[in-house]
Design a protein around this ligand. Structure first.
Ligand SMILES: *Cc1c(COP(=O)(O)O)cnc(C)c1O
Length: 421
C-alpha cells in the first residue's frame, strides 16, 4: 500500500472535503524549495507549505541546531521554569521589532498567539476596572481557527457553521483615501467600548491576498492611539520578510501595542507562537491581586526545540543572503506582473514584496469555493508545482531560497494555464 492509501484509511485532513478530495500526495523528503513524493516526483513548494517555510525544506543549519538541542533539553514546564532557547529568542527577537515591544509571551501556533493577544487586551481594561469589551477588526480578516481567533475573523465559509456562537465584533472596511474619515468617525463613536483593534498589516492572506496601503493603515493606527484603543498587529503571515521589509509593521511609523508571530518564526520547522506587548500592557497585569494574572498557557509553551528552531531561523533571517533573496524574488515577481497584466483572463494582479496574487476572470464573483480552484490546483500539481489557489485567486509565496529558474518555470506554467483553462 502507498502512503496515500494507508493515510486514506485513518486520517482526516484539514480544510478538506474528504468525500471528494481524492488521495493526498505522500511526501517522503524535502530539500530547498522542493518536496518529493513516494514515486520520486518533484514538486516546487510555491506556497511555502502553507506560508511557513522561509529558507527551504530540511534546512541543514536548522536541522543541526535542533538535533544538538534535542540531546540537551527537549522540554520543560514553562511556569516557574525557564531555559536558554526561550531566553535567547526573546533577547534576539525584541531588538528586531518596533522598540515599543517589551515582553514576549510564548504559545504554540498562530491562532494561540492571537488568542493571547485578545485576552491581553480584554483583561488589560478589566484589570483597571474599565468596561471596554468590544473588538474592532477588518471585514474579510483571518486570524485563525480557534474560537476567539474565528470571532475576530470575517464571517465566511470557514466560520459559517459556528457564526451564532462567535462573540460580536465590530467590522470595518479596509482603509483608503475615500473612506478614511468615515472609518475614523465610526471608531470614535465606539471608542468607550472598544478594547482593541486587530489587523493583518498590508496583506489579508486568507481573504485572497488582499492588499492595502500603509499610509491609510497608519492613519487608522494613529487614530486608535489617540482614542486610547489598543492595537494588535497580526504578523503571523506577514512577519519575517514576506512583504519586503522584515515586518509589515515596518512600513508604518505608528506602531502596534501588541504583535503576533508564528508561521515563518521557526523557518517553518516547528510549531511556535509568540505574542509581544508593550511595557504598559505588561504592567497592567502586575498586582498583589492574583485575579489580575494572565491565566493562559499551553503544555508546550516555549518548547525548547521550537525556540531553537526559531533561533536557527533568526541566524538565517539576519544573514546578508536573506534580504538579497527577498529583493530578487520581489524583482522577478514585478517583471512577471508587467508581462501578464492586461491578459484577458486576469482581473487584477497585485504584489507586496515576495507575495504576488492574480485574480482569475470567472465571469462570476470571487469565491473561495469557486470550482475553477480545483482545476487549477490539479493542473499545477501535474506540472510539479504546489499552488493552492484561494478560490479564483492564484498566489505565489515561495521560500526565499527558490531559484530564478524555478520561478520562471512557475510563471510559465501560470501563463500556460491562462491560455489552456
Ligand atoms: C495562518 C494565520 C493565523 C493562524 O495561524 P495557525 O498557526 O494556522 O493557527 C493567524 N493569523 C494570520 C494572519 C494567519 O495567516
Amino acid at each position: 500500500m502507498t502512503l496515500a492509501e494507508r493515510d486514506a484509511k485513518l486520517i482526516w485532513h484539514p480544510y478538506t472535503q474528504m468525500q471528494t478530495a481524492g488521495l493526498p500526495v505522500g511526501i517522503v523528503r524535502g530539500e530547498g524549495a522542493c518536496v518529493y513524493d513516494e514515486d520520486g516526483k518533484e514538486y516546487i513548494d510555491a506556497v511555502s507549505s502553507w506560508w511557513v517555510n522561509l529558507y527551504g525544506h530540511a534546512h541543514p543549519h536548522i536541522a543541526k541546531r535542533i538535533s544538538e538541542q534535542l540531546t540537551k533539553l527537549e522540554h520543560v514546564i514553562f511556569a516557574g521554569f525557564t531555559h536558554e532557547p526561550a531566553v535567547e529568542l526573546a533577547e534576539r527577537l525584541l531588538p528586531l521589532l518596533p522598540h515599543n515591544q517589551a515582553k514576549v509571551f510564548y504559545s504554540d501556533n498562530g491562532s494561540t498567539a492571537v488568542e493571547v493577544a485578545i485576552k491581553m487586551c480584554l483583561q488589560y481594561w478589566l484589570n483597571q476596572g474599565k468596561a471596554r469589551t468590544k473588538i474592532l477588526a477588518f471585514n474579510n480578516a483571518y486570524h485563525g481557527d480557534t474560537f476567539g481567533a474565528m470571532a475576530v475573523s470575517g464571517r465566511s465559509a470557514f466560520t459559517a457553521a459556528f457564526d451564532q456562537l462567535l462573540f460580536e465584533v465590530e467590522f470595518i472596511d479596509l482603509p483608503h483615501q475615500k473612506n478614511i474619515s468615515q472609518l475614523k468617525e465610526q471608531i470614535s463613536n465606539l471608542k468607550d467600548e472598544l478594547a482593541c483593534f486587530i489587523y493583518e498589516p498590508l496583506v489579508q492572506g486568507s481573504a485572497g491576498m488582499i492588499m492595502y496601503q500603509p499610509e491609510w493603515l497608519n492613519e487608522l493606527l494613529q487614530h486608535c492611539a489617540a482614542e486610547g484603543i489598543l492595537t494588535i498587529a497580526d504578523e503571523v503571515f506577514t512577519g519575517f520578510g514576506r512583504t519586503g521589509k522584515p515586518f509589515a509593521s515596518d512600513y508604518m511609523p505608528q506602531k502596534a501595542d501588541i504583535m503576533c508571530f508564528s508561521k515563518g518564526l521557526t523557518g517553518g520547522t516547528m510549531a511556535l507562537g509568540v505574542t509581544t506587548c508593550t511595557q504598559q500592557i505588561y504592567e497592567a497585569f502586575l498586582s498583589e491581586d492574583k485575579m489580575k494574572t494572565l491565566f493562559h498557557g499551553h503544555s508546550f509553551t516555549a518548547n525548547p526545540i521550537a525556540c531553537t528552531a526559531a533561533l536557527a531561523s533568526l541566524d538565517l533571517f539576519t544573514s546578508d543572503e536573506t534580504p538579497a533573496n527577498i529583493k530578487r524574488i520581489a524583482d522577478q515577481h514585478h517583471q512577471f506582473r508587467q508581462k501578464i497584466e492586461g491578459h484577458a483572463k486576469i482581473r487584477s494582479v497585485r504584489q507586496t514584496g515576495t507575495i504576488i496574487a492574480m485574480e482569475w476572470e470567472t465571469g462570476n464573483e470571487t469565491s473561495y469555493l469557486s470550482p475553477l480552484r480545483d482545476r487549477l490546483y490539479k493542473y499545477f500539481l501535474n506540472a510539479g508545482i504546489i499552488l493552492r489557489p484561494l478560490g479564483n485567486i492564484i498566489y505565489i509565496l515561495p521560500p526565499y531560497c527558490i531559484t530564478n529558474e524555478q520561478l520562471s518555470y512557475i510563471y510559465s506554467k501560470i501563463t500556460d494555464a491562462l491560455n489552456e483553462i
